[in-house]
Design a protein around this ligand. Structure first.
Ligand code: SF4
Length: 467
């Protein structure tokens, strides 16, 4: 037993990162990825468990031990093929999936020491494959003659489109913006998920035969009913792109952004490269970001990189309740973002030009747990204080855009504006229509949206074969 223990390397290979002081002022990718030697060393730690906890922990059931074994043995094409068999977007997932709460959380080695760095290995294999010129043509089933419309090209839509195309169906993928990728393009910053990685994986989905139609706002240009006149089935993966607002006095002052606008201008429209790109963004010296999820961390780190001198995360609960990934919290802190916890804004004040100049906040304390299981933040009476700020970003969360729900009257919609769909297979109350991702669950993770896309694709395939 002691011998066996000695054989297992409990320490994972660390991944090089840009130094905090350097990266806080540029948009280059923070984590720089493994070298081949590092990836093989990390892969050799995997003990190839009989009971594959890691596969069960993955929402799209990637055959993790198999691709790791192929990588360890230097069989790189096999590793890429195994990975892509279950996941059309491995370069994206390897970077932004919360592996620490999914596959890596249940890795057998997590109980003994550090789990296998599954996400880093996934990223390595995806990046290796993308760098090759002579990629084999992906395998696609013979044409079925059935047509499927997929609406929305974020993670759920791309995954469903890829799976349906592999099954032999003719897939058209509709995207409202001028570029595919949804939240992967407009939301997640370049330094966490380079846009060329997203577009590389969009190209892979297109290489399966998927037709991509950009600038196509379904619900405006065509309703879902009009689409169904031309398609045998539709999958709605519309995301949750409408911002929630604070509803506080002074919120309409200049310099107060929703995180959606702030991140879209920065990432999709490349405001950080103005005037080379046309869209500017004005970021002041003292920035407060309200919220503590990944979107808040992304906003704070984008503000730093666009010249802010002091950036605060203002959050009404304590550090233990912050919903962002631990890695992103740590990255933000290392870069100099200051966490102002147990603090909530009350109102905003502007200068003579209508630009925000300060924010009145009050202190909070934690009370009894609420329905989410987290301790409820309670206002401390008489604790008001003023923070001087010249930019505020509100990152409180998002809700679904009502356009498709409001133009599809016979589809069941929840009180929150999400589409009601079967958890197992994404079937909606409307015949021939499935839905998945944030439009069903509200804002969630990239990989959970991909899981929903995968399950819906399987259900649509079954329906098309049965009809
Ligand atoms: S659980 Fe961990 S150690 Fe076991 S096969 Fe999966 S990745 Fe390897």
């Amino acid at each position: 037993m002691a011998d066996e223990k000695q054989k297992i390397n409990l320490n994972r290979v660390s991944m090089p990162k840009q130094e905090p002081g350097v990266r806080a002022r540029n948009f280059n990718e923070v984590a720089q990825g493994y070298t081949m030697e590092m990836a093989m060393e990390e892969a050799s730690r995997c003990i190839q468990c009989k009971k594959r906890n890691c596969v069960e922990g993955c929402p799209v059931n990637v055959q993790i031990p198999d691709f790791i074994l192929a990588l360890r043995d230097g069989q790189m094409w096999d590793a890429a093929r195994i990975l892509k068999g279950d996941n059309a977007l491995p370069g994206i997932c390897g970077r932004v999936c919360p592996q620490e709460s999914q596959c890596e959380a249940v890795c057998t080695l997590a109980k003994k020491g550090a789990p296998i760095a599954i996400g880093r290995l996934e990223r390595y294999v995806a990046d290796w494959e993308r760098a090759q010129n002579d990629k084999p043509k992906p395998e696609v089933a013979p044409p079925t003659g059935k047509k499927v419309a997929v609406v929305g090209s974020g993670p759920a839509g791309l995954t469903a489109a890829a799976d349906l195309a592999k099954m032999g169906h003719q897939v058209t993928l509709f995207e409202a913006l001028h570029v595919a990728g949804g939240v992967l393009m407009y939301g997640i910053p370049q330094f966490r998920l380079p846009k060329e990685i997203v577009q590389g994986e969009v190209e892979y989905v297109k290489s399966l035969g998927v037709e991509l139609v950009l600038d196509s706002v379904i619900g405006k240009i065509e309703t879902v009913d009009e689409l169904l006149a031309d398609y045998d089935a539709a999958f709605l993966a519309l995301g949750a792109g409408a911002p929630m607002f604070l509803n506080l006095p002074g919120e309409n002052l200049s310099g107060i952004y929703s995180a959606n606008e702030f991140l879209t201008r920065t990432n999709l429209m490349k405001a950080y490269l103005f005037p080379e790109y046309d869209t500017p963004i004005k970021v002041g010296k003292k920035v407060a970001v309200i919220g503590a999820g990944n979107v808040a961390m992304d906003s704070a780190r984008c503000a730093l990189r666009q010249g802010a001198e002091e950036v605060y995360i203002v959050y009404r609960r304590s550090r233990a309740e912050m919903p962002a990934r631990m890695e992103e919290l740590e990255n933000a802190e290392e870069e100099g973002v200051i966490f102002k916890l147990l603090t909530n804004p009350k109102q905003f004040f502007g200068d003579e030009n209508g630009w925000v100049k300060s924010m009145e906040c009050y202190e909070m304390e934690l009370g009894e747990p609420d329905e989410s299981g987290r301790r409820r933040p309670v206002k401390k009476e008489g604790s008001e204080f003023i923070m001087e700020v010249d930019t505020v970003v509100s990152a409180l969360g998002t809700y679904p855009n009502p356009l498709v729900p409001s133009t599809t009257p016979d589809m069941e919609i929840s009180k929150k504006g999400t589409i009601v769909a079967d958890e197992e297979n994404g079937k909606t109350s409307k015949p021939k229509v499935w839905a998945g991702g944030d439009i069903v669950t509200g804002a969630a993770t990239v990989i959970s949206a991909m899981g929903a896309g995968k399950r819906a694709a399987a259900a649509i395939d079954k329906y098309l074969k049965d009809t």
